[in-house]
Design a binder for this molecule. Sequence first.
Ligand SMILES: Cc1ncc(COP(=O)(O)O)c(C=O)c1O
Length: 457
Amino acid sequence: MRPISRSGGPGLTRRGFIKAGGAVVAGLAAGRAVAAGKADTLALRGGTPVRAEPFSTTWPIIDEREEKALVKALRSRNWCCLRGSAVYDFEKIFAEAMGVPHCVLTNGGTTALSASLHVIGVGPGDEVITSPHTFIATINVITNLHALPVYVDVDPDTGSIDADRIEAAVTEHTRAIMPVHLAGWPADIEKIMAISRKHNIPVVEDACQSVFAAVNGRKVGTFGISGCISFQEWKSLVCGEGGAILASDDEFVRRSAAFVNNGRDPKRLLRGYPFPGSNHRMTEFQAAVLTEQFKRFVNGAPRRHENGRYVEEALAKIPGLTPRKRYSDSTWVTYVQFDMDYDRARFKDVPAARFAEALRAENIPMQGGPRRYTGGCHKEKMLEEHLNSRAFRAAFSKDRLEKYRQSLRLPVMDGQAVSGKERLTMDSKIPFLGSRDEMDQIIEAVHKVVRNLDKLA
Ligand SMILES: Cc1ncc(COP(=O)(O)O)c(C=O)c1O
């Protein structure tokens, strides 16, 4: 069999190969004749890789459209949003695209989150329920307000906060619930909203990593009182640094917009600086680039979703590979990351790390390892520094802080509850923007490694 070409391999076209689905897998299992040519020799063993070259890692993708927009903003000499129009124009564009009445742009996802918590009134002595599996910014905004991040363990099948454990964490001090939608995958937001309604606790969604991910047609970031987005450079929609607050409630939006603009009333009903605030404004340069990047993002998002689903469905037919769980059949994933559980026993006991190594040699950027969630913000050293600070000691009794310290044991997050399981993971933000043929290459590379498990010993 020749290396996979864009037009497909001999005998069976690439598309036909994939369409055959389960039959292909069955055929492989039965030892379907595969010519013993160089093409079926693993690249790790000197064979020809399925893909001639690695996927591009150039990010962000730009061209003269971003350059023009940037130069236009520069030449306008209106670099601050108070004089320019790019920031306010994009707020309208983004709110409409996300399906909410209002958007307030900020200089980062972190400031979007902290503005939201501030407007809700989170302060010293309060608790905010959140996930340990997130970027530290989610937690910093809570502790910086001298409130406690109350960690709820994660769902082993997704790495998102386990919604079934949230109610047990609610206390008289709970001021907000802050779920995180990770890497393009929605958390169990409908269940979380039901808890929010039952206990009358507002939800601030950290949707920083998951622009356009949706559940039952509704985009994440639009369920809670506020949804926060990041446009920082490594996200899927970017402008270097930047963020957005999405919201429906008029007064919430007024206060949020004031908070990021030194307390000015955006409605101009009150003069001067009537509200608490600071300067967290986005510049016109960022908004100019973001506006162009957004057009690119809107074009690419369906492709990333369709490609992701296509690869996922094809690989799910291989016994032993189980894609990440969705909380609803109609979940729209943006596939910033793609991952599958890997049952080593079904792969002749080849470790996931070795399987992934073989795939990387085929120029598929897969990583493999134990199925545990590394890190965990509940383990970060800064937490103890906060707990020992004058502000925390003033806001919480000794007893409360001690109980809190005892609560920082999370069996799933800490890896005890999922030991022995393994996972394959790919940063799919760029690869899933590729052509259908390239998706077929990913699928074929996995099949090729499966056919050659014996060679991986
Ligand atoms: C889950 C999560 N929350 C918050 C943030 C903070 O966003 P920013 O870097 O734009 O401040 C990030 C950014 O990496 C993130 O991944």
